[in-house]
Design a protein around this ligand. Structure first.
Ligand SMILES: [Zn+2]
Ligand SMILES: [Zn+2]
Length: 258
């Protein structure tokens, strides 16, 4: 009995990426499958090379892309691998890191973000300056002054606008050849959290959809110093996150046959 249980657990495929699709009225999902093995290989490569600009020869390595960054103040981040099939039936492997890497959106050999990085810089730089300027004024004013309260309100409104402007930059593609904004794709009434669309699974799916690749499996692991809350540990695998990813994955996975 015990032996049978162990074997069953071994062959039980792990769902690594899923979300409810409001159009099909059902859950779409992908398994971890082969992608997990490729993640283990990727971890070994990162350990050996100590950097993520894997396409550059050693003597052209960019110090910004050293993996030291992941073990310092910034702490670690998620990495993901997706195995796809192209139109000739050949296997293709895609790699992604979550968010930016040391302030950089695009690194050769890794899939691109769901937004235009230049547009992001333009929008955020401008409003960031204003927000920081307000912060300085607020610090100088007396705690009880009405001017201070007014500036705090102003700053809050600006941050909210910035977030909305940033969210509007994201373009999500799926396997029905549909394109949607975050506002259209997000299936949840709780509001769109900061960083939605920046995790590995959405980046990988978006790239696959744009390039006529059919995803077969996907896996994501955390690499670097554990996060502050201790919920992400170096070298561990995690399914797509509940708060940011699952609400958009129903839309993004739509059109895949299973
Ligand atoms: Zn996520
Ligand atoms: Zn669907």
């Amino acid at each position: 009995m015990l032996r049978r249980d162990i074997i069953t657990e071994d062959i039980e495929p792990q769902i690594s990426c899923s979300g409810y699709c409001s159009l099909c009225k059902k859950e779409h999902y992908l398994y971890e499958g082969d992608a997990r093995r490729h993640c283990v290989e990727l971890m070994k490569t990162l350990e050996r090379k100590q950097r993520i600009d894997l396409m550059s020869p050693n003597d052209e390595a960019d110090p910004r892309f050293s993996t030291d960054y992941l073990f310092g103040k910034a702490r670690g981040q998620m990495f993901g691998v997706m195995v796809c099939e192209d139109q000739d039936g050949s296997k293709v492997m895609l790699r992604a890191f979550s968010g930016q890497y040391n302030g950089v959106w695009e690194v050769d050999g890794w899939v691109a973000p769901l937004l235009n990085a230049n547009e992001f810089d333009l929008i955020s730089c401008d409003i960031d300056k204003k927000i920081k300027g307000l912060g300085k004024q607020i610090d100088l004013l007396d705690k009880s002054s009405s001017k201070r309260l007014q500036l705090i309100k102003e700053r809050r409104a600006l941050s909210k606008r910035l977030m909305k402007d940033i969210h509007s930059l994201y373009q999500l593609n799926n396997f029905k050849q549909d394109t949607g904004s975050l506002f259209e794709a997000f299936y949840n009434d709780n509001g769109i959290p900061t960083g939605t669309g920046d995790c590995c699974a959405p980046k990988l799916l978006n790239y696959a959809a744009q390039n006529n690749l059919t995803p077969l499996s996907v896996a994501e692991f955390y690499y670097g110093r554990e996060n502050r809350s201790g919920t992400r540990l170096h070298g561990q695998f995690y399914p797509s996150c509940e708060e940011k990813c699952q609400p958009i994955l129903g839309f993004m996975l739509c059109g895949l046959d299973w």
